[in-house]
Design a protein around this ligand. Structure first.
Ligand code: NAI
Length: 256
């Protein structure tokens, strides 16, 4: 068994979309490395269950209900964190959605707006509300979840690609803006990760989609969400103290 390093002892973290999928594993891993992880999700029922499960594992976690596309909810969470902790060391913007996998002419304006609100506007709202707290940290790190489809185009789902491309470039801009405060900002770019999002995508694409996708991956398999979290913990830690504005691909060599 690999030993989990203890790089985040005493750190205060916030993970969005933390109730399930990759976000749940990021929450677990950051807490295993010693952080107190505040994790937030739109799904309060699943979030509360995750909080009980992680607490039973002996981890220090606190669940908050948050729709990342709503400014008032970000403001309320920032005020709560300020009162409770007085600062924020680690911000992981993981929440994201894939509304449909249709080409533009078959998709809808509503799908476009929802995707941009949740995947892209959320990055702006998180910075708007959390930078004052990150400025109070001596170890501030932001990790934004983009995608391989924030770097290259894809067949269909134009809204998703647009939103993830924005996450990539907003990450770099934030790294430039906040470098002077010692706040590092990086993006991760997962390939195909076995979560509910991908299962829903395969279901929408129909029979054979999973096999066809796997055939494009040089490593010949999907990743588990727990294979992404160690990279998030690394970027959040002082081991990455001079890494900012970087794009970290975690894709089994898909884009190589
Ligand atoms: P998932 O669908 O399994 O989990 C997403 C989580 O975000 C859920 O807990 C959901 O309740 C929450 N969420 C959705 N809308 C929200 C909102 N408005 N406010 C707060 N929370 C919200 O998906 P997965 O795979 O864990 O995705 C995590 C991130 O990784 C997303 O940003 C996704 O776009 C990205 N990604 C996923 C890949 C994959 O193959 N699964 C590949 C590359 C990137």
């Amino acid at each position: 068994m690999t030993t989990i390093p203890q790089r985040l002892v005493g750190r205060i973290a916030l993970v969005t979309g933390g109730a399930s999928g990759q976000g749940l594993e990021h929450t677990r891993r950051l807490a295993q490395e010693g952080a107190h992880v505040h994790f937030a999700d739109i799904n309060a029922e699943v979030g509360k269950k995750a909080e009980a499960e992680l607490t039973a594992e002996g981890l220090k976690v606190t669940f908050h209900t948050l729709d990342v596309s709503k400014l008032d909810q970000w403001e309320a969470l920032a005020a709560e964190l300020d009162r409770a902790e007085g600062r924020l060391d680690i911000l992981v913007n993981n929440a994201g959605i894939l509304v449909d996998v249709l080409p533009a002419e078959e998709s809808t304006e509503a799908a476009w707006n929802k995707t941009i609100d949740v995947n892209q506007k959320s990055i702006f709202l998180s910075l708007k509300t959390m930078v004052p707290l990150l400025k109070k940290s001596k170890h501030a790190s932001v990790v934004n979840t983009s995608s391989i489809f924030g770097l290259v185009g894809a067949d269909g789902y134009l809204s998703y690609v647009a939103s993830k491309g924005a996450v990539t470039i907003m990450t770099k801009s934030a790294a430039v803006s906040y470098g002077r405060y010692g706040i590092r900002v990086n993006s991760i770019h997962p390939g195909y990760i076995d979560t509910q999002m991908l299962r829903d995508e395969f279901a929408e694409l129909g029979e054979g989609a999973e096999e066809a996708t796997i055939a494009t991956i040089p490593m010949g398999r999907l990743a588990g969400p727990e294979e992404i979290s160690p990279a998030v913990a690394f970027l959040a830690s002082d081991d990455a103290s001079y890494i900012s504005g970087a794009e970290l691909l975690i894709d089994g060599a898909l884009l190589a």
